[in-house]
Design a protein around this ligand. Sequence first.
Ligand code: ADP
Ligand code: MG
Length: 722
Amino acid sequence: MPSSARLQALQTIQHRAATPAASPGALEELWASDVFSLAAMKSALPKAVFKSLQRTITRGGKLDTSVADVVAQAMKDWATSRGALYYAHVFYPLTNLTAEKHDGFIAPQSDGSVISEFTGKLLVQGEPDGSSFPNGGIRSTFEARGYTAWDVTSPAYLMQTPNGTTLCIPTVFVSWTGEALDKKTPLLRSNAAMDRQAQRLLALLGETEIAPVNSSCGAEQEYFLVDAAFTALRPDLQLAGRTLFGAPPAKGQQFDDHYFGAIPERVQVFMQDVEHQLYRLGIPAKTRHNEVAPGQFEIAPFHEAANVATDHQQLIMTVLKATAKKHGFTCLLHEKPFAGVNGSGKHVNWSIGNSTQGNLLDPGSTPHENLQFLLFCGAVIRGVHQYGPLMRAAIATASNDHRLGANEAPPAIISVYLGSQLEDVFSQIRSGSLQGSAKAALMSLGVDTLPDLNKDPGDRNRTSPFAFTGNRFEFRAVGSGQSVAGPLVVLNTILADSMQWIADQLEQRLQSGMPLEEAAFAVLQRTMEDHGAVVFGGDGYSAEWHQMAVEQRGLENLRTSADALPVLQRPEIRALFERTGVLSAVELESRFEVYAEQYNLAIDVEAKLVLRMARTQIYPAVMASLEQLAGSIGAQESLGLVVDRSMLDQMAAVTQQLLSACERLQDALVATPADAHHHLRHCADVLLPLMSEVRGAVDALEVLVDDEQWPLPTYQEMLFQR
Ligand code: ADP
Ligand code: MG
């Protein structure tokens, strides 16, 4: 029988019931009912104001102040009629979290009465103090001014909680000197940079009508659900989001019986609750299923414009966590909550397109469109080859390091998977077996006759970090707890850079009189000669690939965040972000500092937790168990029975290892260097291995110590009881 606290938790869980909520009504009524959407604005605003706002949303540019006042008034009326007393400028600091500062609509009058008030100025600009958000040295606390500014392209919405309703306004967050302190500003800039070069390339291809090009994103979110009664007994789950100890259960995921299996009833009720809230927020939740590990699930919305999808992704994480609490669960977004069990990722599906040419990464059916596709796809390949380490840096967090390269998730080496059909097309382009006349070359290349590419190729490569999946790329190495903004910024930026190079090359050749198809082919061939090394269709988990990638292909294997984050300080990365106008040198440096600090902090916290739990929870339990065992052996001896001391001896020996490892971890914590670079290395090379050593001893003890004494809910309990 387990320890009393564990027993109580188990009993609590036995009595939990799945209570489905009342039906929320038809989807059409539910859909976006909490969003001040274009449709809501259209009915609430005078025609001229709506037109002006709509123009700003679709074409960019500044919002007219007179327009802002009218919009603010209408927005306030809409929100207050639905019970909101407060509004919040919502922004996205560099911590991967969502931040909001709430202000009341209340405006006291001189006669002691109050009215509700909301002006265009308050809508458009806010000034949260925000000095405690990490900013990587951009601001000192004495010049802490930070401004939030309304992002008109992402609609305002109502956040309904048991504590009331708040009007939420998505904003960018910048310092008073104009530097981006958030994740949204660079995302908007990267999209603009990508748009400029995509338009240029389309024009070179002869297009005359070209609508603004936008990036799209559909992010698949994986997560774990653990009963809250267990979380309450695990300080590691509460503070670090992952288990720092836990012996593997006798049954894990080896039967693959959870994947796509029937969703447990309590979980299904939870999922429905989540989806109803998401629908009200205008978030197109589309698929849900069990994932590979027991207790692991996935939710994926339909794709949207990258900026809106990013805000929605943040909301999905918020709603998942809050709703889990309501249903007696804890939702774990950590990439590796349980060692030895599959981790969680967030596959970021990404493409670019516009309303005139459609999806630019869709292979299409006509030769002309194929040429267009090949150029855009070639630009992606070039970008990934040139800036693979940057992509790795964009997904570098302490938690994601546990997952990458762990033989269940993509390796830390960034390569591109194209699928056999496209891989073949691009290797033909590269081989240059088409040196003859342009026409013939293109014929034999197959551009003119390229078959209508299978939109849904049967083969999928789960071992690739970045895979083409029919009409988009899927960045599979992104972490489950991350904001998708960073990865999207990098994808848009490297694509902008590559398209610029391709457009320059194309332009030169066209100017010298070369026909378009020949010029395009020549540029593509050069692209594949220089960058084809990044294309890989084999098993990304294999040892051969790890060797081949580095030794023959010259790709980098940046195994930990300590290896990957310094990429942000490389001169060519600084030049890339400056050239594209996405991040200034100061902004980029601040990101290195913040992300390095986040990594160091995460590991410091975990190391301290390891020590504390080992010493104050595990050690006393082991001692009690040892005492008990020694007592019973003594009793047997006094009765003259034959005794076996092997369990006792083993426990005593492992306990010695535990104490010694704790001592060394303690010393290492004290010896933490101050400098960010050394601190990174210290975490990766010293603290993490010592934490593993402590863990090894604790996990060995878990299967020796009397179960009744063991204080922590076990893997078996957490993964299988719900
Ligand atoms: P799978 O698990 O097979 O990868 P899912 O259906 O779970 O597929 O998720 C695929 C995601 O890709 C969805 O969010 C989908 O909307 C998104 N997606 C589809 N087309 C595009 C596109 N052009 N751009 C971005 N995302 C897309
Ligand atoms: Mg999926």
